[in-house]
Design a protein around this ligand. Structure first.
Ligand SMILES: [Fe+2]
Ligand SMILES: [Fe+2]
Length: 335
């Protein structure tokens, strides 16, 4: 899961080899490819700003997938049945896999994974603000699948057409898996809504807490989004934040009706003229507070991530020792 709200400036952009003024022919060739909707591949010349933007966006996306394992991972040991535990395990594992594809895609742009992880672990890099909210109830797991993964799909399907080949190709597989995530969440909530009054109240409580942070996932309003125009020009971003948010609201309202939950917005109503839903004002102050490290779980998420990385040091050491031994054996055999 991921949102483009994360394409915000941070201190993580790794230093890349300075590239002087591009020969006009290279820039022209790049522009022609973008205009013709062709893919830019790692070996192709690209403007330094395009490369940096992609490194920032893809690495923030990767970080979001990895940090995003935590809120739901909290519930693996407390899932109410073997079936729900198996589904949740598979989903959280998928998110880890998404992170790995995306770190690999970022590496094709000439940055090392160590530097990307270092930026995350030192708090310089951003990740999706949504994962800094706590999962208080079992219903939160279903709501994350339905709404958070649902928002991620809305955001990520257009990235399958991103101009940068490795990112676009990674997104195709990721989107297929996100679709399963969204459906399992909705199905879990359907079952709970057919249960007891307490279960229905639990689902409604979770929806009330997640709805507004999910709408903020699409990022700042277009008028305040400085990266949008250039991202569109480069074919990195295809649909604006506000348009994606509107599509999500319009798709989700009928789903909420099927579930029998109320979306916590008194201003949410169908607008006959626009043929879209109107919705209330989003609290952007809260969004920026959370993005800037002051959400309910920021410190806990980062501390868990750093600990997991340190605990895994012996695995990386063992893998490198094994690779060194194999290289030595191959050299000996070749000699
Ligand atoms: Fe997901
Ligand atoms: Fe994901």
């Amino acid at each position: 899961m991921y949102t483009q709200s994360l394409d915000v400036p941070d201190g993580s952009a790794p230093a890349l080899t300075a590239v002087g003024a591009a020969p006009d022919a290279l820039q022209t060739r790049f522009d022609e490819k973008i205009d013709a909707d062709q893919k830019i591949e790692p070996q192709d010349w690209m403007p330094e700003a395009y490369r940096r933007t992609l490194v920032r966006q893809i690495s923030q996306h990767a970080h979001s997938e990895i940090i995003g394992m935590q809120p739901e991972g909290n519930w693996i040991s407390r899932a109410p049945s073997l079936k729900r535990k198996a589904i949740l395990l598979a989903k959280v594992q998928d998110e880890g896999g998404h992170g790995l594809y995306l770190y690999s895609a970022a590496e094709t742009l000439g940055v090392g994974r160590d530097s990307l992880l270092d930026a995350l672990h030192t708090g310089k890099a951003k990740y999706s603000s949504i994962f800094n909210y706590p999962t208080l109830l079992w219903a939160d797991v279903g709501v994350i699948g339905w709404l958070v993964d649902g928002a991620a799909i809305m955001n990520q399907v257009p990235i399958c057409r991103c101009s940068y080949g490795p990112y676009a190709r990674a997104m195709i597989r990721i989107c297929k898996e996100e679709s399963f995530h969204q459906r399992q969440g909705f199905e879990s909530l359907m079952v709970q809504m057919q249960g007891t009054a307490e279960q229905r109240a639990m689902v409604q409580d979770a929806v009330n807490r997640w709805w507004w942070p999910v709408l903020a996932m699409f990022g700042p309003p277009d008028a305040a989004s400085t990266n949008t125009a250039q991202g569109m020009r480069w074919g990195i971003k295809r649909i604006s934040n506000d348009d994606l948010r509107q599509k999500f609201v319009d798709a989700t309202v009928p789903q909420a009706a099927v579930l029998g939950v109320t979306l916590p917005d008194p201003d949410l109503k169908w607008n006959e003229d626009r043929q879209q839903h109107d919705y209330g004002a989003i609290d952007w102050d809260e969004f920026w507070e959370v993005v800037n490290g002051n959400g309910p779980c920021n410190k806990e998420r980062l501390a868990n991530r750093v600990k997991a990385h340190e605990d895994g040091q012996w695995v990386r050491d063992a893998a490198q020792a094994h690779a060194a031994k194999q290289r030595a054996r191959q050299l000996k055999e070749a000699a």
